[in-house]
Ligand binder design. Structure first.
Ligand code: PMP
Length: 364
């Protein structure tokens, strides 16, 4: 006779790399000035909100959404310079696209590469999908050490490499020539993550058209649509046609498709908001630079990274004063004593700066 069936526990059943992960932390921001997540601080104009309300109210939500989302893809092409020879693949946020790319290359022993410090999901998704993660440390000023990246590519032969430019959480843009050298040297796919493209001056869409192993990923999260969850990938039909097989059916829901299509028809207004945020970023960075002991890093994104003595204590003191930013000081040795603040409305930025001045004075 066999003994009693051993009931599974998470520890006995789950993959060790899943057990070892910590969940992507999203702190509770209720009641706080929310400057932690690179959201656009402006809500929709009321006329547009009413129009969307009517549009979504009339949606046939008893039906599945347009399976190939061709209406939304056409709106993306109208709004942005997607090269004619390239296809578009949509994701439920660009996070989903990172996961889909990782799943597609996850042969035993395959490697996902990135630089450090960068967006944490590259490393986390490598763990989810059973890929080994390899990385190359940025220089202390957060620029790419291209020779070191090339050595890493040679040693690790990654199937997939992610470069976020402008990079999160550092805010800087990587030099185009450096990215081209990496694209030419990588034995696998290079994904240029342009989540913050609207706040800088660079685009690699042309590279995706010219080099078959380069894909460009973008998101609308930073452009006022974080709640809709919509990201996209641009690249050759040969790659995107294969990747599309892994996309779950209807991954972008009907309400998102409808709302994003309408909002993209107002793309000039979204771009104008991004331009306003860029201007406010300069004002914010200058005000931070005036704080004794603060080192402010150049940013082409909608946030500013700064180093300041007693960063962790200051972060807590800011929360106590009603302002939530992001403490990245423990995320990587190069980020010691660094905090990241999203550019908010001028009023939010003023409240953050007032709270910071007060906290610095109290903490000495
Ligand atoms: N890439 C980078 C560099 C990011 O900073 C983020 C969000 N913080 C994402 C991708 C994911 O964005 P989303 O899933 O909202 O499209």
């Amino acid at each position: 006779m066999s003994g009693p069936v051993q009931v599974a526990t998470p520890e006995s059943l789950l993959r060790p790399e899943v057990l070892a992960l910590s969940a992507y932390a999203v702190p509770d921001a209720s009641g706080l000035v929310k400057l932690d997540a690179m959201e656009n601080p402006y809500s929709l104009p009321s006329a547009l909100a009413a129009e969307l309300g009517a549009l979504l109210g009339a949606a046939a939500v008893n039906r599945y959404p347009e399976a190939d989302a061709r209406t939304l893809k056409a709106a993306i092409r109208r709004a942005l310079d997607v090269p004619a020879g390239c296809d578009i693949l949509l994701g439920n946020g660009s996070d989903e696209i990172i996961q889909l790319l990782a799943m597609a290359v996850a042969k035993p022993g395959a490697v996902l590469a990135s630089v450090e410090p960068t967006f944490v999901m590259f490393r986390m998704i490598a763990a989810f999908t059973g890929l080994r993660h390899a990385s190359c440390t940025l220089r202390a000023d957060f620029t790419l050490d291209v020779d070191a990246v090339l050595r890493m590519l040679e040693a690790e032969r990654p199937a997939l490499m992610f470069l976020a430019t402008p990079n999160n959480p550092t805010g800087n843009t990587f030099a185009r020539a450096d990215i081209e050298r990496i694209a030419a040297a990588t034995p696998g796919l290079l994904v240029v993550d342009e989540a913050y493209y609207a706040f800088g001056d660079d685009s690699h869409l042309e590279l995706a058209a010219r080099l078959p192993n380069v894909l460009v990923m973008r998101t609308f999260s930073k452009l006022g649509m974080a709640g809709l969850r919509l990201g996209f990938l641009v690249g050759s039909p040969a790659w995107l046609g294969q990747l599309d097989k892994l996309r779950l059916p209807y991954n972008v829901n009907m309400l998102t498709q409808l709302a994003a299509t309408r909002l993209l028809d107002s793309y000039p207004e979204l771009a104008a908001q991004a331009a306003t945020i860029r201007g406010d970023r300069s004002t914010l960075a200058e005000a931070l630079r005036a704080i004794p002991g603060a080192e402010v890093f150049p940013s082409d994104a909608n946030f500013v990274l700064f180093r300041i003595p007693k960063a962790a204590a200051l972060f807590d003191a800011l929360v106590a004063r009603g302002v939530l930013i992001k403490n990245v000081s423990r995320a990587h040795p190069l980020l010691a004593d660094c905090l990241r603040v999203t550019v908010g409305t001028p009023e939010e930025n003023r409240r953050f700066l007032a709270a910071l001045h007060d906290a610095v004075a109290v903490l000495g």
